[in-house]
Design a protein around this ligand. Structure first.
Ligand SMILES: Cc1cc2nc3c(=O)[nH]c(=O)nc-3n(C[C@H](O)[C@H](O)[C@H](O)COP(=O)(O)OP(=O)(O)OC[C@H]3O[C@@H](n4cnc5c(N)ncnc54)[C@H](O)[C@@H]3O)c2cc1C
Length: 458
């Protein structure tokens, strides 16, 4: 077991305080979405969108093209707000949920975009014929060539994010394809301003729309690059690396900047190793010990190039961390008893979560792992659990070799934890395991609001 070791400059080691709670409410988010939708539909209606619906076929298609175009832009704007990683919103919902909503908005945007293209072609085809309509909308009209390229880019990005395609791409490939969406959105912006009646003929609406987009660009630039540049000025250094199990190491990062940091067990950081050829790769890793001013500990399994390099990183190497992120923290527990379930490397966040619990929580830890060689932190878990009136159960072996078909079915869980329905359940591990636990715990009578997990977000 490796504990963060205090550096000589630190006279006293103390746990980091919890990040401030967010004051954002569901109703605030609803109000923003409602207000933007009202503005968008209001603009469309103000410019004759509603009355055009009962007019000729060409006018009806034009009106529908305008409405779907505006809704497409709204979905894009809301989707981009979600990737700003704004702490106020992140502290309320968690990055995983924000990224999942971002994906859903991306899919909605693609549907509106397809409808917008179809209605536009239909409207232009009535007086000019389909071929001429396509020619005009892909090049002849001002800015339409650029818009056509932007639309194709957005559709490719959306397709690449569908689960079937995503699973075929490496994370980095998917991420860089995804980044081109910014180009796609920028390329199609100009046609909104110069074509159609919504903005070309309405100076007030045009100023509002341009200001809204400029504000979002500034917000995004600060959130994604400004904060990144700040984090470069506050690097941490590797102060300890401990081999824990086959392909698994604990890495402790220390530095004076931790004196002012805030974080909690169960949270994660996005980590960049400042070594040649690797600084551009950013990987999320969870805290595996309660964060203190002496250091942040991560327990990492070598899965690919980056994580492999991190498990073998040299002492003293500079590392940038962005975060902390995640809302699956001890804050979700009041005085209830707790069941913690960790699968594989998911035992890291379970360990840091456990460390912040008290004896009244009587924590039971279920540690699911495929082989003994992959087990880490077992002694540490036992010590932490015993000190909190709890215990650790391990379930080792590949699925096919287990005595039960589903180790997380309600029956099996209730046998191991008879008072399960009265507990708060925390789960960290592979997506399939998290889903199995959620199913089993719900069937065993645990209310949905008492089951907490970090969702897979890409
Ligand atoms: C919230 C969260 C917390 C995590 N905590 C831990 C932890 O404590 N310990 C640990 O060992 N692993 C953790 N992981 C998984 C870890 O991030 C990946 O194993 C690691 O990024 C692999 O990168 P690679 O370049 O070595 O491998 P690759 O071969 O490039 O990737 C292997 C797989 O890792 C995932 N991945 C890679 N890069 C990223 C990224 N930037 N963002 C999201 N997923 C990515 C993808 O699913 C990919 O298929 C966590 C993942 C998430 C989402």
């Amino acid at each position: 077991m490796s504990r963060p070791t205090p550096t000589s400059s630190e006279s006293q080691v103390h746990p980091l305080p919890a990040p401030r709670e967010s004051w954002v409410l569901d109703t605030d988010v609803g109000a923003v979405i409602g207000a933007l939708t009202l503005v968008v539909v209001g603009l469309w209606s103000r410019h004759g969108g509603v009355t055009a619906l009962g007019d000729s076929a060409a006018k009806t298609y034009t009106s529908l093209a305008q409405l779907t175009g505006l809704l497409c832009s709204e979905a894009g704007l809301l989707g981009l707000i979600l990737v700003t990683r704004t702490p106020l919103v992140e502290r309320r919902y968690g990055l995983d949920r924000m990224f999942n909503w971002h994906r859903l908005l991306g899919e909605a945007m693609a549907i509106f975009l397809a409808l917008h293209i179809a209605f536009s072609i239909a409207a232009w085809a009535i007086p000019n014929g389909a071929v001429n309509a396509i020619k005009s909308l892909t090049g002849k009209e001002p800015y339409m060539a650029l818009t056509a390229v932007g639309s194709v880019v957005i559709l490719i990005v959306t397709l690449s994010s569908l689960k079937w395609f995503r699973n075929k791409l490496s994370y980095e490939m998917w991420y860089f394809v995804h980044l081109t969406a910014y180009f796609g959105l920028a390329a199609s912006f100009s046609h909104q301003i110069v074509l159609g009646t919504d903005f070309a003929d309405d100076a007030l609406a045009r100023s509002f729309w341009v200001a809204l987009h400029l504000a979002l660009v500034a917000w995004l630039t600060w959130s994604r690059w400004g904060r990144f540049l700040v984090s470069i000025t506050r690097p941490l250094r590797v102060s300890a690396v401990t081999h824990e199990a086959e392909g698994i190491s604990s890495v402790v990062l220390s530095g004076t900047h931790l004196q002012k940091a805030k974080a909690q067990g169960g949270q994660f950081y996005v980590v960049r190793q400042l070594v040649k050829g690797r600084w551009w790769q950013a990987n999320p890793f969870s805290l595996s010990a309660q964060p203190t001013t002496a250091g942040l500990r991560f327990t990492v399994k070598a899965r690919g190039e980056s994580s492999n390099a991190f498990t073998n990183i040299a002492l003293g190497t500079r590392v940038i961390v962005e975060g902390p992120y995640g809302v699956c923290t001890p804050d979700v527990v009041n005085s209830e008893k707790v069941l913690l379930i960790g699968g594989g490397i998911g035992i890291g966040p379970i360990t840091s979560f456990l460390e912040q619990l008290a004896p009244k929580h009587e924590p039971i830890i279920l540690y699911r792992v495929s082989s003994e060689q992959e087990m880490s932190h077992v002694k540490e878990l036992e010590t932490l659990a015993t000190a909190r009136n709890g215990k650790v159960h391990t379930l080792v072996g590949h699925r096919a070799t287990l005595k039960v078909a589903d180790p997380f079915s309600a029956d099996v869980l209730l046998k191991a934890v008879p008072d399960l329905a009265q507990r708060v359940v925390i789960v960290a591990g592979p997506e399939s395991m998290v889903k199995a636990v959620q199913r089993g715990a719900r069937a065993a009578g645990v209310p949905v609001e008492n089951i907490h997990a970090e969702r897979a977000w890409w």
